[in-house]
Design a binder for this molecule. Sequence first.
Ligand code: PMP
Ligand code: GLU
Length: 398
Amino acid sequence: MIKISDRLNAMEESATLAMSRISRELKAQGKDIISLSLGEPDFNTPQFIKDAALVAMDKNFTTYSPVPGYDDLRESISAKFLRDNNLNYPKENIVVSTGAKQSIANVVLSLINPGDEVIIPAPYWVSYIEIVKMAEGVPVVIEASLENDFKITPEQFSNAITPKTKLFIFSTPCNPTGSVYSKSELQGLAMVLKANPSVVAMSDEIYEHINFLGKHESLAQFNDIMNQVVTVNGVSKAWAMTGWRLGYIGAPKIIADACNKIQGQFTSGTCSITQKATISAMNADPSILKEMVEAFHSRRDLVISKLKEMPGVICNIPEGAFYVFPDISFFIGKQYKEYKINSAQDLCMFLLAEGQIALVSGEGFGSPNCIRISYAASEETLSEAMRRMKDALSKLTV
Ligand code: PMP
Ligand code: GLU
């Protein structure tokens, strides 16, 4: 009899991927489901990136690459860090991986011994906790409240640190809340790191370009703590390249070397063609993303204005990424026909069955009073989705 490992049994299926799987299955059965579950841009990869991939294939870049990525790619990432983030990461401090998801897993596996504590502010992106559990680390969750725009304070961070703390993981702009940390807020966190030099911070900045405040701020910009910070980024979001699978880190050399070692045993370098194509994205002027960012901005406004028309739904105004994360606790305890809402998950299943819209429940993000709406869809689709949601919610009574 085959038995799956305890380590794997303790791991949850990714809540985001689970909901997108369910909605894909329902669509395949002919159901008219609107899926706002997956964090995936609905734009196409820009043509110049596709062209660069064709050239790479023609030139036979189709073999194994160096494990941390081709030199010319890592040089272009180094230049991008300097140009966009004012961060000085030489090529040797950069490791390219099979998506930012692998970058994050590499860093966690590089640093965490069983029992080490990893501080993660909730709401968090679903995979952080599960990757930490896989490494037998202990997630220490700090709650970021809706009233504080889902951001933690330096005091909360400082109070959570113990002699066992090894790592702190957060994202800005944040998935799932869309919150964006300002420079002074990051400086507050940096001061806590400075006082705790054995703590490493992993700053997941994969949504850096989808920021409605204008300028993205990186945690690693503060010189005194740069050698404690790993900056995670990738091409999935800004360049609409989710399927190409490329993420990267800028990190202290000792961590970059460790990640290189891990991936040499797990995956080797990521797809050679993707790597060559990514050079063109790294070299491109990010101002060409303006149109996409404006589209996301106006979709955010649309979704927020529709949510405001739904009694009982409370939300902050997200300043980045492409998610809203409303509090729906008002509906817990309510019912309609055979549906009794005891949790955010129940509400999502009700909205799927009764409203035919797929959203992701907050439990997987560490916030059981919330649900996540991804607005990476056309305004027409979003308007229809919001109409369905309003209709379905209005059926719930005590
Ligand atoms: N970090 C965050 C916050 C994300 O939302 C995602 C989802 N794409 C990732 C990392 C992983 O991205 P990828 O593996 O596609 O590069
Ligand atoms: N990061 C995206 C999301 O949160 C894609 C799904 C995933 O990788 O988990 O929906």
